[in-house]
Write a protein that binds this ligand. Structure first.
Ligand SMILES: C[S@@+](CC[C@H](N)C(=O)[O-])C[C@H]1O[C@@H](n2cnc3c(N)ncnc32)[C@H](O)[C@@H]1O
Length: 261
């Protein structure tokens, strides 16, 4: 969990949370629900934007992520945040209670995506907004494509495919728009955005992000020689995006904005 929060959140998820929230109209005093809130990345920024008179709830399936979220101090001038443990397809929140529902890099992981979207719709006011983000194809996120390449070379293609199928497993914009429309949302827009992504600690720091991925359990059981081979393969695969020991690249994500009516 610490690899996610210490390496991924400041370099990747925090800047994307800011971009996600800049795409919606959020006023002071409003109520926000952040689904799959993880360590409270969007949740805390939303609480700051709606201010002390606002109300923010973060939901996640993982108790460890929620513990991390609860351990963080609020940003200055911030709404109170309530964190709830629940699956996205059975949100423990009332009907018609929120002005905005956000879900940053969560929907691709849900086993029942239509049920999760139905729950988000249920939680929104009639004039509420939905804001989702889901990574584009892994080739549009070159540091992670380099990791997939290295995993494939050292641990085999099945491991690489499973790695890619997680975060990058729902990257088609048309299917995404169709799913959100079929879930009853209106004015659905899906736009592609790109943000810089820098690992100043170079390929070795990029490699550490694998410990925050589903492949982490495999890595924990690998002999030293395989771990060394993986580190060398990452260095080689990330060569084209490494300059003076720093990985300098970008990541691309779809952002979906939609309304209830
Ligand atoms: C990539 S993280 C994103 C977390 C957070 N939104 C952020 O921006 O840092 C994905 C999150 O989805 C959560 N998650 C996965 N499946 C879930 C489910 N079925 N219901 C609720 N949360 C889920 C995980 O526990 C994890 O916190």
């Amino acid at each position: 969990m610490s690899f996610y929060d210490e390496i991924m959140v400041p370099r990747l998820f925090d800047p994307w949370a800011e971009l996600l929230l800049s795409q919606v109209k959020l006023r002071s005093g409003q109520a926000v629900l952040d689904v799959a809130c993880g360590p409270g990345t969007v949740t805390r920024q939303a609480a700051h934007r709606v201010g002390e008179s606002g109300r923010v709830t973060g939901c996640d399936l993982s108790p460890a992520m929620l513990d991390l979220a609860r351990s963080k101090t609020s940003m200055a001038v911030s709404a109170r945040i309530e964190y709830l443990q629940c699956p996205a397809d059975s949100l423990g929140v009332p009907d018609d209670a929120f002005d905005l529902v956000t879900c940053q890099q969560g929907l691709q992981f849900f086993p029942d995506r239509p049920a999760a979207l139905a729950e988000m719709r249920r939680a929104l006011h009639h004039d509420g907004q939905l804001a989702l983000s889901l990574w584009c194809a892994i080739q549009d996120c070159p540091p992670f494509a380099a990791l997939a390449n290295a995993l494939g070379r050292v641990l085999g293609s099945e491991t690489a495919i499973a790695y890619e199928a997680g975060p990058w497993g729902f990257s088609d914009a048309e299917s995404l728009a169709q799913l959100v429309e079929e879930s009853g949302f209106k004015n659905v827009t899906v736009r592609r955005f790109e943000l810089p992504l820098v690992f100043e600690g170079g390929p070795a720091q990029l490699l550490l992000t694998l410990h925050a991925a589903s492949v982490a359990t495999t890595l924990a059981q690998l002999p030293e020689a395989d771990l060394l081979a993986l580190a060398l393969a990452v260095e080689e695969a990330a060569g084209p995006i490494t300059l003076d020991g720093v990985v300098r690249s970008h990541a691309a994500s779809h952002i979906v904005i939609a309304q209830i009516e």
